[in-house]
Each structure stands twice: as C-alpha cells, then as structure tokens.
Write a protein that binds this ligand. Structure first.
Ligand SMILES: *[C@@H]1O[C@H](CO)[C@@H](O)[C@H](O)[C@H]1NC(C)=O
Length: 329
C-alpha cells in the first residue's frame, strides 16, 4: 500500500500543533528590549513574572477597553515601583466586588484579595495598601454623595465597579444612570490625592446566559458602553470582563473559560465564580503591568506632572454637578 505524503504531513501536523490555540507563552517572554543595556524583562521581573494569567493574551488585550493618556495611573505605578512613598488603592462597587456570593473564600479568592496578594509579591516591601469598600447592591448614583466620606482623601488609585447593580436605561441623551455615574467620577477625580480612576466593568445579570435562554441579555444591553463616554471624556480607564471573555466563552466555548466556569451559580446570574474573579484580577494586573512597561519605555517626566495636575473639566452633561442638598444615605 502506498501512503501519500500529504497524509503523512497532515498526521505530523496533527501531532505537533497544539490543539488549544489559546495556549501560548506569556506576554513577558516576548519582551526583548534593553534599557541602558539591561533587559527590560529583568528590570521588571518582579512585576511581570509573579502572576499566572487565566485569560489568554487575546482576552487581556480585548478586555482593555480604554487606556488613553493614563497620566494619573502612570504616576501611581511609578510610586509603586519606586517604593519611595506609600500608595493607597481602593475598590468601590457593588455586588460583584463585595463578593458575598459566587466566591468560595471571601478575603482570599475574590478579585480584590487576589490583586492585594499579587501586589505584596510584585512590589515586595513597598507600603501599598488595597482596601475594599464595595457594598452589595450599591449603585453609582447612590455612592456619589458618599465617596468623600468613604475614602481616604489621599487615595492614589480607585477601581470603580457598578454596572452589575446600576441596571439599564436604553437611551443615551438623557440617561439618568450615566448622569449619576458622572457625579461619582467627578467626586473621585477631585479628591486631594488626585487618584487614578479605573472602571472595572463586569457583566450584568443575564449577559452570560446561553443565547437560547429567555433571560439572555444581548452583548450591548448594559450601561457599560454608555459609561464608555465618561471614560473617554475624563480619561478614566475602562477594563471590561465582557470584552475579555465574550468570544472565548460565548462564541467559541473554551475549556475553563466558558460562562459555566466563570459564573456562579449560573451564567444567567452572571455573578463571577472564583474563576471569574481570577479574570477580573487578570485585567487589573495586566493594566498595572502594561503601565509599568509603558513607564520603562516612556519615562515619567514633566508632561505627566502637567497633565495629571490639570483641573477636572466641566461636566459632560451640562451642569451635572452634585447638589449640596444631596447627602449620603
Ligand atoms: C504605610 O503608610 C501609612 C501611610 O499611608 C503609614 O501610616 C504606615 O505606618 C506605613 N506602614 C509602614 C509599615 O511603613
């Protein structure tokens, strides 16, 4: 019997090409840049080699919704790297970050605790604190008048997680939820510590359900994209669990990365499980790593100082400022 060469080649290809195309070496291994003769990977090795990502690099890149100029976060990550001054990171948000459901060990496997333990390894010996102020069920509008009393005025970086609890309004022009979130962002940006503010956008109830489920919410049925206007207007960074996972979980179900894995108790609830919290932490770690690499390639200088001390611009919705009579309740 004659065996055709094309058959043999196909067999060899089958044996040697990895079945799972999402399996690849870590991003950091691709960095072959030297700075002042020193490999960048060595300069940043404690930051780059201390975290194993659950998401493939494609997911991390898709989940980076808006980075923009990033001046405030460049300042914070510079301080985290140098260890010359204490850095305070805070998380505000609702049900997802409060992590009363979905995670197996609150204080350990929720995304805020995960980034806290990474930070203590990656920036060893530096005084960096991570505080979780999330309260289940809280919305951005209700949190706006409260943040000043909730947070340390000198906080350096604030992750803000609200889309899960904010609900949805299908109009753009007069969207009361976006108006409410704008008030919150303004309060944060005006804090004395001039914190970097990062929107941590999770999936909303129904968004992770199977397409055929009657409770399924389509990709765009969320406040996330409308809040994107605020992100771009204020240069507030936008990380997206939905964007990071949708292709892998919904369109091309990938072992370990399906919504059955990432959500607990079910994709319909769209509340992250331990694996889902790992994905959220992935996004935050990737963001800080990318900012560190950016700082190495484009060192911090006077333009950062000028840009990050710019006054907060007028509101995006005309005259949308917090009324003095509105108090924290
Ligand atoms: C860390 O910094 C805070 C101020 O933000 C300070 O109160 C605390 O004593 C410092 N801790 C250490 C171990 O230096």
């Amino acid at each position: 019997m004659r065996i055709s060469w094309s058959y043999v080649l196909a067999l060899i290809a089958f044996l040697f090409i990895p079945a799972d195309s999402t399996e690849t070496k870590p991003y950091a291994d691709f960095i072959h840049v030297r700075i002042d003769g020193k490999p960048l990977h060595d300069i940043l090795n404690s930051v780059l080699d201390t975290w194993d990502f659950k998401l493939p690099e494609s997911g991390l890149r898709k989940g980076t919704g808006y980075i923009g100029a990033n001046f405030r976060a460049r300042r914070v990550v510079r301080d985290m790297l140098s260890g010359k001054r204490p850095v305070k990171i805070a998380v505000i948000g609702g049900t997802v970050s409060a992590a009363q459901h979905g995670v197996s060990k609150r204080g350990e496997t929720d995304w805020v605790s995960l980034i806290g333990s990474w930070i203590s390894k990656a920036f060893k010996g530096h005084n960096i604190t991570v505080a979780n102020h999330a309260v289940a069920g809280s919305t951005s509008a209700k949190t706006a008048p409260c943040v000043v009393s909730m947070l340390d005025p000198e906080v350096d970086m604030v992750f803000s997680e609200f889309v899960y609890d904010d609900g949805f309004e299908s109009q753009i022009l007069q969207n009361s939820r976006t108006r409410g979130y704008e008030l919150l962002i303004r309060q944060l940006l005006m804090l004395p510590g001039r914190p970097a503010v990062i929107m941590m956008q999770t999936m909303v109830p129904g968004a992770a359900a199977e397409d055929k489920h009657p409770g399924k919410k389509a990709f765009h049925i969320t406040q996330e994209d409308v809040y994107g206007a605020l992100s771009q207007y204020y240069d507030v960074q936008w990380l997206s669990f939905r964007d990071a996972t949708y292709r892998l979980a919904q369109h091309r179900p990938t072992p370990g990365l399906g919504y059955q894995d990432l959500m607990d108790p079910s994709p319909l609830h769209s509340l992250p499980s331990d694996a889902g919290h790992k994905v959220l932490a992935d996004l935050a770690v990737w963001f800080m790593q990318q900012t560190a690499v950016d700082l190495a390639l484009r060192p911090y200088d006077h333009t950062d100082v000028e840009q990050s001390s710019e006054p907060v611009p007028p509101s995006m919705f005309p005259k949308n400022t917090l009324h003095e009579s509105v108090t924290c309740s």
